[in-house]
Design a protein around this ligand. Structure first.
Ligand code: FPP
Length: 271
């Protein structure tokens, strides 16, 4: 089926998009943005120059995803491990970059009808960063298009620990452990991603074959795509090429290829 070209795509993006089946775009794309340090090292630049260059990739990827109508995009911006194990100077730079990004991008997010959300242990981030994050979230809260979720100070294992704690606390408030119901729905409802469907497509840049503690529960049935492209070189065209690869895959969710298979689990997503 010939796709109508969405407004705003450049010529190369439009050419790749024309090869896609618009009815089979992934609904939720999650991206592990990796390779900023290597990009900078190859240019004999400090690591932070790679992070700075990575902002243009975020902008291009977000805009292209919104233009082609992807409903949910989740970007792994800083892990809990990044936060704890990287030099203070680099972490401070990343925090400043995030603050500046939010301030500058809110008008573009609004122009593209994108709603901003976050996952991760926000309370451990500096207060001024948190305030800016909250401001940007509120400024975009009424948008009805793509939901862009930034994973900040995020760890999938911490998320699962927090979900179990929340379940135990709710049971304690509700008459004790006899009232503790643990099943997949209950766990999912208590994850940070409770308002998001599970990703159907996970992209990782810069060639590493790892999940790096990202959305471990949620990517159970996601298609995984790893590209050697370093994050600062990644653009909307790369996203569309990745989607072309996704559309070649056969999703079976544990079933057989000739059988009708349902979606992985019913989503509690609001839209
Ligand atoms: C991984 O590259 C990337 C990060 C830890 C930070 C991601 C940040 C950005 C893409 C820029 C800003 C983002 C926002 C949302 C404002 P790495 O440093 O681990 O690269 P390496 O593996 O090559 O060393």
């Amino acid at each position: 089926m010939q796709a109508t070209t969405p407004a705003g795509l450049d010529r190369k993006e439009a050419a790749i998009f024309s090869q896609l089946d618009p009815a089979r775009l992934p609904k939720h794309i999650a991206i592990i943005m990796d390779g900023n340090g290597r990009w900078a090292r190859r240019r004999h630049m400090p690591r932070v120059a790679g992070h700075r260059a990575g902002v243009a990739s975020v902008r291009s990827t977000v805009e292209t995803a919104a233009r082609i109508g992807i409903p949910w995009l989740t970007l792994y911006a800083f892990s809990e491990e990044n936060w704890k194990k990287r030099p203070k100077g680099e972490v401070g730079f990343l925090m400043k970059l995030l603050g500046r990004f939010l301030k500058l991008e809110v008008p573009t997010l609004n122009k593209n009808n994108i709603k901003l959300e976050y996952i991760g242990r926000r309370h451990e981030l500096p207060e001024d960063v948190n305030e800016r994050m909250e401001w940007a979230r509120e400024e975009t809260a009424k948008n009805t298009g793509m939901v862009l979720t930034l994973a900040l100070n995020y760890s999938a294992r911490s998320e699962i620990v927090d979900a179990f704690k929340a379940l135990a606390e709710k049971a304690a408030r509700n008459g004790g452990l006899d009232h503790l119901l643990v099943d997949e729905e209950a766990v999912s409802r208590n994850l940070y991603t409770r308002n998001l469907p599970d990703p159907d497509f996970l992209i990782r840049t810069s060639g590493e074959m790892r999940l790096s503690n990202f959305l471990l529960w949620q990517v159970a049935y996601a298609e995984i795509y790893v590209t050697d492209t370093l994050w600062p070189d990644f653009r909307g065209t790369h996203l569309l090429e990745a989607i072309a690869e996704y559309q070649k895959r056969e999703r079976r969710f544990g079933g057989l290829n000739d059988q009708h298979v349902p979606e992985p689990r019913p989503h509690k997503a609001k839209r």
